[in-house]
Write a protein that binds this ligand. Sequence first.
Ligand code: UD1
Ligand code: UDP
Length: 409
Amino acid sequence: MARAQSRLKVLSIFGTRPEAIKMAPLVKALEAEPGIDSRICVTGQHQSMLQQVLQTFDLKADYVLEVMTPGQTLNTLTAALYSAIDPVLEEMQPDRVLVHGDTTTAMVAAMSAFHRRIPIGHIEAGLRTGDIHQPWPEEMNRRSIDLIADHLFTPTAQARRNVLGERLQGKSFVTGNTVIDALQMTARRIEQNRQLRAALDRQFSFLLPERRMLLVTGHRRENFGDGFQDICQALRTLSQRDDIQIVYPVHLNPNVQGPVNEHLGGLPNVHLIEPLDYLSFVRLMQRAHVVLTDSGGVQEEAPSLGKPVLVMRDVTERPEAVEAGTVRLVGTHPESIVQGVSMLFDDALLWRSASQSSNPYGDGQACGRIVDVLMGRAVDEFVATPTARRSEATEALHQSMPLRSVRVH
Ligand code: UD1
Ligand code: UDP
């Protein structure tokens, strides 16, 4: 009984697919630590896309809130989250609240803890574009959380420099990104189990062996409207090539489903599929030739799998893989997307050089470091292996394409 009382009560609050994937290995590490009483609160900002992750990682939530409404606005979502989270804090009285990244769930959970003077740990702190409107509203969310967090778990040295430059009050640590822990755990499961691999591959029996695969994901709010029209136009053009097949697991946001189904539905070379569980998606990334995305997490995972990534944004808060040459910003202009993809499909040398596996985001040990910090133990911080200079071929790609800035603070 005395021991139970002295354990640190840690509440992890998350609500969307990427938060769940990135928090899953950390929750496992917290549960394995005898000095910690770990509980999970899922807000249900996402529903089926969150459930997929909980099942894949076999996570059992202690508190389940169900805030999602179809086509939710940021303000109604925010209001629902405040009302739903506060009673959980009241009941559990945690010693620490952990939040992840830059979602509305993370921002409201952190603010709710702050209002109750509960110390906050921010996982994936310090990423910045420097533009409050990109990504929107995530840049504001992440900065707000960093302002009030007691522990800032920054994934890279650059992210830590960002928070040090802002003279924030919290203490910062370079941990690596927990997504690499999740990815390595998942890739190992696929690697070690031939039957599982075969079952995963059976879902993709529509793929033709003679065509190389372009894997697409996209869902950013700042791309809604014209951005998505342009992305679809680019994909229509690319689908006319007879050496490419496009696979696009379509995010459930109605602002994404609408234009994507309208403009790409029924095209013979474009496979629009449901959002995949994480095991299936990692397998699909492994089989892709090139990845085209506006996702934050995919930008971090694909370079680790040695896949060239084209990012449909004008700025990124994840400059490290751009500097290493595996990620290239192409914005949402149809011409720029078509040109970027075509170059990687047509130029084998360029593809080889952009597909050098790089791990600027972590070494798979981030969760252990975060637990060490929470337990007050000494931490051996993450140091990325120095990135190789861009090869001549990737340099040529960057030079030949419309200039897009990568702001580094
Ligand atoms: C949210 C996050 C974004 C993150 C993304 C990951 C905010 C403001 N945005 O954006 O940072 O990159 O998740 O995917 O926090 N929906 C479903 N079922 C689901 C999930 C979503 O039907 O399982 C639909 C609903 O109609 C919902 C809509 O998608 O209202 C939007 O969900 P929301 O979480 O508000 O925004 P995302 O665009 O998913
Ligand atoms: N992902 C997934 N299934 C899919 C598409 C993506 O499991 O069909 C994973 C992907 O590997 C990454 C995360 O979901 O870890 C990215 O989520 P999303 O793009 O929704 O959000 P973002 O990373 O942009 O915040």
